[in-house]
Write a protein that binds this ligand. Structure first.
Ligand code: ATP
Ligand code: MG
Length: 561
């Protein structure tokens, strides 16, 4: 990733081992500024900061059946007892609350921390985007009922949105799958950038946005085809099992093939039909068909059900298997399917004439140009980096761990929980990926390692040195975070480095200093330099910093509970 190279070259981070990084002074300054912003916003949402242990006893994770989660780092102490390194803190926080919070009078409660997390990620990549050790803000809310949880959730959603706006990034709030954390509603905050690892879909008409794992597709525009049906025909396709092999062999396109995927849903065989160039979305398939346990059928079961090897399954003549097809398949005609006979496919298959669909459903992974599920618009595919994830957990953890409170009606009830995670170290990468040019990073003034850099071009020139030091001291006195580059280096090196590390306001003190002038420019608009009188320089620079800060705060103010 370009941002990763820039962060390494600029001296923000240094790799120790796969997915494990040191934050060097410049990088750590950015991190501390991000932390300050998210602290302020979480405090304003009613959060109280605490700090929980990273070292956690195995028994706690066994209570919620999460000891076996494959990304959990585990270690043994000298007495042979197992511990985990915290990857997230639902267990620990629920343990605290079950011991210390008794009554509805103590609710709502929002507890959060900013802490190092450990996850044995299968594919650490992109540097600090996906580390095995990383910094996260994690907040947990405890409420009496669903309405109050909804309010806590909306407050934290606004706090996150405001935080990201203040960090100068464009983001979308997208519907997401909940993964290992569990729970019901959840949303991700995603920074849109082409190099992101997450696929998301976004409707520009109505603002619906969801990640590809979650995104729904409307049943619209999938009318049955009026193409005349051609005679069905079995053709030999020796050894051709994959969509590419079959369509290559038959000289047709994946769009003209229907994939038949055989699964076992709650103990019963089921076939899922999707167009050849689409993927089945197992989560949607399960959800939309009320399937509790979905497993792919093995080769033996496929042979038993279809009479053929894997790769030749099809809906024609398939007995004892419920056939579910994606909406999109309805508009297909004269297509290719497996023939339930090894090394054979059918061509010119048609629905109704050759087989019947038991149920139409939204089961494919959504893709670009699919109909929006919320309005008449179409979805657009984009790529992004997830920087935050918020969940309504409900009673998943409080029930598993017996965390209850005494409600006003005298009844003992489980806490209704929410949890909210924001990737602090990932922000280094996400912001620099989204805000950069060929010369380097373009930090927003709010989280830049320094707000202003003074490039003293010739430190040996007395007028220049005096002017630079004067501005430097005046800015410091005004509380502006300023860096003075008085190295014995060529001007070109100073300009290059300033651009690379991306400090937003650049002040050039060079030959003009003898005439009582300096030059000022903004990192994202370098052509636009401005001469400023030395006497007015501090005011001008401070005003530019303030104006940039104001813009970011105005952006944040668009988000309310
Ligand atoms: P992902 O899908 O990217 O693995 P997740 O859904 O597992 O993320 P959460 O458990 O919800 O993430 O964590 C909250 C936030 O912490 C994420 O939105 C992300 O910003 C950050 N995060 C998660 N895993 C990592 C990691 N391995 N390295 C750096 N940041 C991470
Ligand atoms: Mg993850």
């Amino acid at each position: 990733m370009a941002s990763h190279r820039l962060l390494l070259r600029g001296g923000f981070i240094r790799k120790l081992s796969a997915g494990v990084y040191s934050y060097l002074p410049l990088g750590y300054k950015v991190i501390k500024k991000v932390e300050k912003i998210i602290r302020e916003e979480t405090d304003a949402a009613g959060g109280q900061e605490l700090l929980m242990p990273a070292l956690q006893p195995a028994e706690l994770w066994q209570e919620t059946n999460r000891w076996e989660v494959d990304t959990l780092f585990k270690l043994k102490d000298r007495a042979d007892r197992w511990h985990a390194l915290g990857m997230t803190h639902e267990e620990v926080i629920t343990d605290i609350v079950r011991h210390d919070v008794r009554s509805y009078r103590e609710l709502p409660l929002n507890l959060y921390q900013i802490q190092t997390k450990f996850r044995d990620e299968p594919r650490p990549r992109g540097g600090v985007i996906r580390g095995r050790e990383f910094i996260m803000l994690d907040s947990y809310t405890f409420d009496r009922n669903d309405e109050e949880l909804d309010l806590s959730y909306r407050k934290m959603r606004a706090a996150f949105a405001r935080s990201f706006a203040r960090c100068g990034i464009d983001f979308l709030i997208v519907e997401a799958e909940s993964g290992a954390i569990g729970g019901k509603d959840n949303q991700e905050f995603t920074v849109i950038t082409p190099a992101g690892e997450d696929s998301i879909l976004h409707c520009k008409e109505c603002d619906y946005a969801a990640n590809a794992e979650r995104c729904e597709v409307a049943d619209r525009g999938y009318e049955p085809s009026n193409e005349p049906a051609k005679p069905i025909q079995a053709v030999d396709t020796p050894g051709a099992k994959t969509v590419e092999q079959v369509t290559g062999f038959l000289k047709t396109k994946p769009e003209n093939l229907v994939k038949t995927l055989i699964y076992v849903a709650d103990g019963k065989p089921i076939a899922a039909l999707v167009r050849g160039d689409r993927e089945l979305n197992e989560a949607k398939f399960s959800r939309n068909l009320d399937i509790y346990k979905l497993e792919m059928a093995g080769p033996e079961l496929i042979l038993e059900l279809t009479g053929a090897e894997v790769g030749f399954s099809g809906p024609v003549g398939l007995k004892g298997v419920r056939i579910v097809a994606d909406y999109e398949v309805r508009s297909m005609a004269n297509f290719v399917t497996g023939a339930n006979k090894t090394d054979t496919h059918y061509v010119n298959v048609n629905i109704g004439r050759d087989f019947n669909v038991d149920e139409w459903a939204d089961i494919k992974v959504a893709s670009d140009q699919d109909p929006c599920p919320r309005c008449e618009g179409v979805l657009q595919a984009e790529r992004g980096i997830e920087v935050g994830h918020i969940f309504k957990l409900g009673t998943k953890y409080s029930e598993a761990m017996g965390a209850t409170f005494l409600d006003e009606d005298g009844k003992e009830k489980p806490f209704i929980m929410g949890c909210y995670g924001l990737g602090v170290s990932r922000m280094l990468a996400a912001v620099s990926e989204a805000r950069r040019d060929d010369d380097g990073i373009i930090w927003p003034v709010s989280i830049a390692p320094f707000e202003v850099v003074i490039l003293l071009l010739n430190p040996l020139d007395e007028a220049q040195a005096a002017a630079a030091v004067r501005i430097y001291e005046e800015l410091q006195n005004r509380g502006i975070d300023v860096l003075l580059d008085e190295r014995d280096e060529r001007s070109g090196v100073k300009f290059k480095d300033a651009d690379l590390i991306g400090i937003p306001v650049q002040v050039v003190v060079g030959r003009l200093a003898s005439e009582g002038k300096v030059e000022m420019r903004l990192r994202w608009d370098k052509q636009n330099k401005r001469e400023v009188a030395l006497n007015e320089a501090t005011d001008e620079i401070a005003a530019a910093v303030q104006a940039e800060k104001r813009k970011l705060l105005d952006e944040a103010d668009k988000y309310t509970v």
